[in-house]
Design a protein around this ligand. Structure first.
Ligand SMILES: C[S@@+](CC[C@H](N)C(=O)[O-])C[C@H]1O[C@@H](n2cnc3c(N)ncnc32)[C@H](O)[C@@H]1O
Length: 277
């Protein structure tokens, strides 16, 4: 797949990323994989991107926010290319510092939902943030991670990743939370058993009428999936998820998602953080 000159110019103008021989292949790959995920052609994806300007799109009416989300997702993908550990960690730190300790003290346990979790980087990153904040592998913490795709769940439960996925972690965190592969596993790392134990993987289709989730849930991370659904469905899903949370629970959305127009369901408390309304 080729990246058109027009798209290269758009990326340079709006994202500041210069497309060169060195990065053009990974940008092409990111476009292709996002187009596949959204079940659209690369040409259509390019068309949507080229017809928008991030600044203008954000000012449009709520009905147009789906396009804004797609644009944010596109920018996110071409700048990061793939999921990695502790991506957008500020939300995880917030949850860990301001919340987990209090909940464990008051209620004896702390339950987090990562919905959907894809290949597991998100729930393990949440677990890492909690362990770092609390200073121990706390058995009162339960992270329920789910996805519709059984293949990604198998990968997630195994907890084996290419070492490039943990490149942003400090050396001490790498040592504490991962075992380095040797021999034929060189270049790969595996999440340590203590951290794997904190995360339970379950297959859940968000559209199913029942979700096998025990209550209470203190925090829901639901990032980068709402884009798959229309506004009516988003409202229904958001309402359902928020109904799992206590009054002081937190709902964490993706950076490309904005639910301020569902103010009867959630109240924003930060850029991507909400409480039940
Ligand atoms: C872009 S990933 C988001 C993963 C993670 N939350 C993150 O932000 O890195 C989107 C995930 O949504 C999952 N998904 C799509 N439709 C779903 C549905 N109806 N129910 C549950 N998961 C779904 C896909 O399998 C995919 O793993």
């Amino acid at each position: 797949m080729r990246v058109s000159q027009a798209l290269c110019r758009w990326i340079k103008a709006h994202v500041g990323l210069l497309i060169t021989e060195k990065n053009i292949d990974s940008v092409a790959l990111a476009c292709q994989s996002l187009a596949n995920e959204l079940a659209m052609s690369v040409a259509d994806l390019e068309q949507v991107v080229l017809s928008s300007s991030p600044d203008l799109v954000r000012l449009q009416a709520p009905a147009e926010l789906t396009q804004a989300s797609l644009l944010d997702l596109f920018i996110d993908r071409i700048t990061t290319h793939e999921a990695y550990f502790l991506r957008h960690e500020e939300n995880m730190r917030l949850v860990a510092r301001s919340f987990a300790h209090d909940c464990i003290n008051k209620r004896g346990c702390f339950r987090v939902l990562s919905l959907p979790c894809a290949a597991g980087e998100e729930p393990y990153s949440i677990a890492i943030s909690l362990v770092e904040a609390l200073g121990k592998f706390d058995t009162n913490i339960e992270i329920i991670a789910s996805d519709i795709d059984s293949n990604v769940l198998e990968t997630a439960a195994l907890g084996v990743y290419h070492e490039s996925r943990i490149q942003t972690l400090s050396t001490s965190m790498k040592k504490r939370f991962f075992h380095r592969g040797t021999g034929s596993n060189a270049g790969f790392v595996r999440v340590v058993p203590e951290l794997r134990k904190m995360v339970k993987f379950k297959q859940i289709n968000l559209l199913d009428s029942k979700w096998p989730v025990e209550l209470p849930v203190n925090v829901i991370f639901c990032r980068n999936v709402m884009i798959y659904f229309n506004r009516e469905m988003q409202e229904a899903l958001l309402t359902r998820m928020v109904s799992l949370l206590p009054k002081d629970g937190l709902y964490i959305a993706g950076h490309s998602e904005n639910f301020s127009y569902f103010s009867h369901v959630v109240t924003p408390v930060g850029k991507t953080t909400y409480r039940p309304a």
